[in-house]
Design a protein around this ligand. Structure first.
Ligand SMILES: CC(C)(COP(=O)(O)OP(=O)(O)OC[C@H]1O[C@@H](n2cnc3c(N)ncnc32)[C@H](O)[C@@H]1OP(=O)(O)O)[C@@H](O)C(=O)NCCC(=O)NCCS
Length: 142
């Protein structure tokens, strides 16, 4: 497994969009909007690769001077439950810390709460709907 930065607009970025579409949007019958993706040029984009094939990804968006929001966390079907998500999260935390951030927050799908709790994140508010499904805001000081 190789954990790497992904540059916006590159072939690897296109691979990242495909993975996110397949894992996060298609099952909900949703698509990405062009303006939504354009905003990612300022984000920190991260991927987990095996033999240069993308297996998992996430991104970090600055929301406050000391906080980034983790978004679009996804691991390929068939490879979930093998530690890729955890490795990506630890990489994302190191990257955020190195960039000077003190907190990571996220809008976590209710189905993934247990995954984030194991990594030390805690729920900070009530359930809300996003992309048609229940989410919770979660946070961790890094
Ligand atoms: C959620 C997701 C990113 C986790 O990545 P993963 O590679 O499958 O997770 P890992 O194998 O690294 O799991 C790490 C630990 O979390 C646990 N875990 C993984 N997914 C979990 C879940 N949905 N609920 C509860 N625990 C979970 C694992 O059992 C493992 O526990 P252990 O350390 O005690 O063995 C991945 O399953 C995924 O892409 N799911 C579909 C998309 C999604 O829901 N993304 C999150 C959007 S907020």
């Amino acid at each position: 497994m190789a954990l790497k930065f992904i540059d916006y607009g590159t072939p690897q970025y296109k691979e990242m969009i495909e993975l996110r579409k397949m894992i996060l949007r298609d099952p909900l019958g949703l698509k990405f909007i062009e303006t939504e993706l354009e905003r990612e040029k300022d984000d920190i984009l991260l991927g987990s690769f095996d033999d240069d094939v993308l297996e998992g990804c996430c991104l970090l968006t600055e929301t406050k001077k000391d906080t980034v929001r983790l978004r679009q966390m996804a691991v390929l079907d068939g490879l979930q439950g093998k530690g890729i998500g955890k490795a990506l999260m630890l990489f994302a935390e190191n990257v955020a810390r190195d960039a000077g951030y003190k907190n990571i927050s996220m809008h976590a799908r209710a189905s993934a709460i247990g995954f984030y709790e194991k990594l030390g994140y805690h729920i900070t508010g009530n359930e809300f709907l996003e992309v048609t499904i229940p989410h919770y805001e979660m946070e961790k000081e890094i």
